[in-house]
Design a binder for this molecule. Sequence first.
Ligand code: ZN
Length: 290
Amino acid sequence: MATTDRQATTLALAHALSAAERGLAVIPLSRTKLPALRSPHRDDPEPEGPPCHGACGRFGHGVYDASTDPVRIRELFAAAPWATGYGIACGLPPHHLIGVDLDTKCGTDSSAALRELALRHLFTIPETVVVLTPSGGRHLWLTGPPDVVVPNSAGRLAPGIDIRGAGGYLVGPGSRTEHGVYAAAPGTAHLAPAACPPALLRLLLPPPRPARPGPPPTGDHGRGLVQFVLTAHEGQRNTRLFWAACRAYENGLGPALLTPLIEAALDTGLTEHEARATIASAARMTGHRP
Ligand SMILES: [Zn+2]
């Protein structure tokens, strides 16, 4: 077991170093796909100002630790000898990587959803690096223009399609997680990540904020989101709740829809604890306070 883990770490480091050679900044990941190094500030009181992103000089700032410097990468892995994978930071120069994460969980056909989006918005998915995930999903690697910040989003384009942008990371090919190994799809490992088609890029940018402050009435849109949760059957309940809560927060309806969404979730059989946790992660994912 110990030997296997050490081999997994050595292998992850080797893959991470070769990604770095291609200009991709990396961090060590644990088997859970989370950054392997815990925050040195985890026991600190809540900071008054913005959180530390590495100014303290220690490791453990998640994606902010990411580097293309082989010396620093070796130091990061030396500090995390339990790492079995590596994450590639998105949104950083020179590639300004954008990850399109096509999930297959909960019965969503996210590849079909992406094809449908492509038809509707008249773009084609270019030939690019594709990483196969152990759960049968796929990550498409695209590059963005340097002057555009693509935010992370989950299920905003369609259920099952997550976007990894600025502040996000992709599990790199060659990583081992508790669910299995991530691997480049045959024939794509040595491609350069292709430029994101402009029509797709437009869909990835955040919607304009409502001009009028104050809680807007939830209206038809709010009712539609609640209905979307109510009609979920088992296996989709969390995904649907998450998706609806993300849309609610993006449209400034998060606080107003909190109670209706929880009630709808309880109606489908989720527990209040599960519902609150899912809505809180939707809030965080869309940059709001839960
Ligand atoms: Zn710090």
